[in-house]
Design a protein around this ligand. Structure first.
Ligand SMILES: [Mn+2]
Length: 329
């Protein structure tokens, strides 16, 4: 069932216990949205518990002062709750143990709040999906301001700002709108230190991360047209530099900065030998369908999937599909 912001408000008002969760390997939009929502719901005297499968990534650890993050094993159990899952719309993406934790709540309503397109809807779950929002943080802002009529304090403002800059890469991506900028302007007027948050989110690389990035940059290739850039990162590169997969997030965007390139693809080998494929498009050629054909998805111009095809076959298949797309041949 699709749901409006107003219906979510009613659910929140009539619930005492609220569980907040998000996708595994959470990013800035996920953690920022959870944090902002948790602060506001606490102010509304709700019992709020955030339950995440995975730890908060290091660059976002400053938000751990703003809200408490629990794992499924340590989160207090409850018999009855409203479950709000942000930045994702699929129970299979919140992590096995988190799903078990939620399954264990006897009486519950589950609401997904996200800006990711829904492929399927689950029975008994409600969805608020706004595909035009730059980030889930933007939807949370609307919920807080327009429906809950709550004031945004500094900590909430920092969390929302983190969510928006994370998903727009500091207002650079195509889904950034005047609304995104207006929200940011308001948050800055509230007194957040935007520069500090920017450097927390984007300036917290480890040495290993930069070395991994260096290896990747060295190996970039272009297709014949020069419009598709791609690169393969073997698992050994991550392992040698003591870097986990989450730390390569955003690497693919470097490929898009090559002049003339319209589509970038990062192939990253996982420990189990499968290959995670991240595709980014500058906003001319939609690539979501291709990712969906391989069982993945995302947004029109940014999508991912995993494949167990052998490396050579997969790279050839994807780059030639994309080459066809950009050359129209
Ligand atoms: Mn997001």
């Amino acid at each position: 069932m699709m749901m409006s912001l107003n219906c979510i408000k009613e659910k929140i008002v009539s619930s005492k216990n609220i569980i907040i969760s998000t996708h595994s390997a959470p990013d800035g939009d996920a953690i920022g949205s959870e944090t902002a929502l948790a602060i506001i719901l606490k102010k509304m005297n709700k019992n709020v518990v955030i339950v995440n499968q995975d730890p908060t990534p290091l660059p976002l650890s400053f938000l751990e002062d703003h809200a408490k993050f629990n794992y499924p094993s340590t989160a207090p159990k409850t018999e009855e709750a409203l479950v709000i899952i942000v930045d994702v719309n699929d129970l299979s993406k919140i992590g096995e143990q988190t799903k078990e934790y939620i399954d264990g709540i006897k009486n519950k309503d589950i609401i997904f709040i996200s800006h990711h397109r829904t492929k399927s809807v689950e029975n008994g779950c409600s969805y608020l999906i706004n595909e035009t929002a730059s980030s889930t943080g933007e939807i949370i802002y609307s919920l807080i301001k327009e429906e809950l009529n709550m004031d945004i304090d500094i900590k909430t403002a920092e969390a929302i700002y983190t969510a928006i800059i994370s998903d727009t890469k500091s207002f650079r991506y195509s889904r950034t709108t005047s609304y995104s900028h207006r929200i940011a302007a308001e948050l800055i007027e509230l007194g957040i230190d935007a520069e500090k948050i920017q450097s927390e989110v984007f300036g917290s690389n480890s040495l290993g991360q930069l070395k991994t990035l260096g290896c990747m940059l060295r190996d970039i290739e272009l297709t014949k047209s020069g419009k598709v850039a791609y690169v393969y990162i073997p698992y050994s590169t991550l392992n040698d530099n003591e870097v986990c997969a989450a730390h390569t997030k955003g690497f693919v965007n470097h490929l898009l900065t090559i002049k003339g390139v319209n589509i970038a693809v990062l192939f990253r080998e996982s420990p189990d030998k499968s290959i995670k494929v991240s595709i980014r498009s500058k906003g001319i050629h939609p690539i979501e369908e291709l990712a969906m054909d391989f069982g993945g998805g995302g947004h029109k111009f940014a999508a991912t999937f995993s494949s167990t095809l052998p490396k050579e076959e997969l790279v050839k298949k994807i780059t030639s599909e994309l080459e066809k797309l950009v050359t129209g041949k």
